[in-house]
Design a protein around this ligand. Structure first.
Ligand code: A3P
Length: 295
């Protein structure tokens, strides 16, 4: 009987891959060369995070914060991580970015050292989004089940994905732990703001204000509250469903599942949780990252 990682590899073997130091990233080597030299504009904003950490949520906040329009008229540009190109899209994510008006929101799940050279040189402001890895794992599991072009994960069970989550050379982007630790080395860079998913859940208006101030575009308390209302899970899901943002034949709603903190509790067994805590302590114990795992 094949192991979960073997089955996972088989399901994903057709995706174009770029392998560095034993870890793989979506996209061909050619695309990654383009990414390295991709021209960054000085008012670009990069959203960097491990997949399933709230990329679309923060992007949406950024679209509102960077616009002076009435909130109902704010345009949301299609945003796909720059390294990813869904097979059924006529244009690549880099083409779409090139066509987008400034200020652009660039999203990526790449580690810092694989980001465009000019981002590494500090040309863009960066919002680093971190979410507790237990919820990331559960969110990732369901995402695989929904996105058909990734593979047919119908028979993949939660316990299979749990095993894969701890197999860094199997998962795209490697492990949450090393990805997060590497990004945290840039935590005090003046052009980077760390935003935690759980903090947004606790006080979205405050999160919006913090992001706006960091970008040098402070918003009034009323506007921050109005943006927060637009970006609440239910509103975003409803509006997303009616927008023309088709990815993989499914609208943005595919990225909106439950949006909760602590959903992992209805998936993890006691043994899985103990094992996870042990790894978390071993991997992250030396960092001063305070992560909220439940409400
Ligand atoms: P769940 O699968 O736990 O629901 P990404 O955009 O990086 O792919 O992340 C997707 C996760 O962010 C999903 O988590 C999704 O529901 C959550 N999310 C997206 N928008 C949200 C919002 N407005 N409020 C809370 N969670 C949100």
């Amino acid at each position: 009987m094949a192991t979960a990682t073997e089955r996972y590899n088989k399901l994903l073997h057709q995706s174009p891959r770029y392998t560095v130091n034993g870890l793989w990233y979506p996209g061909s080597a050619e695309r990654h060369e383009k990414i390295r030299e991709f021209p960054i504009r000085s008012d670009d904003i990069t959203v960097a995070c491990y997949p399933k950490s709230g990329t679309h949520w923060v992007e949406r906040i950024l679209h509102f914060v960077t616009s002076d329009e009435d909130l109902d008229n704010v345009k949301h540009y299609p945003s796909i991580p720059m390294e990813v190109s869904p097979p059924n899209l006529p244009k690549t994510s880099l083409d779409l970015l090139e066509e987008s008006p400034s200020p652009r929101v660039i999203s990526t799940h790449l580690p810092f050292e694989l980001c465009p050279r000019e981002i590494q040189e500090g040309k863009s402001k960066i919002i680093l989004v971190i979410r507790n890895p237990k919820d990331v794992a559960v969110s990732h599991f369901y995402f695989h089940k929904k996105i058909k072009s990734i593979g047919s994960f119908t028979d993949f069970a939660w316990q299979d994905f749990f095993e894969v989550f701890f197999s860094p050379d199997t998962l795209p982007y490697g492990s949450w732990f090393s990805h997060t630790k590497k990004w945290l080395q840039h935590r005090n860079d003046p052009n980077l703001l760390l935003v935690k998913f759980e903090d947004l859940k606790t006080d979205l208006t405050n999160g919006v204000s913090r992001i706006a101030e960091f970008l040098g575009r402070p918003v009034s308390g009323n506007r921050a509250a109005a943006i927060a209302a637009k970006c609440q899970f239910d509103n975003m899901k409803k509006e997303g469903e009616s927008e023309d943002r088709e990815v993989d034949n499914i609208g943005i709603s595919v990225f909106m599942r439950k949006g909760q903190v602590g959903d992992w509790k209805s998936h993890f067994t006691v043994a899985q949780n103990e094992m996870f805590d042990e790894v978390y302590q071993r991997e992250m114990g030396d960092t001063d990252l305070a992560i909220q795992f439940e409400t």
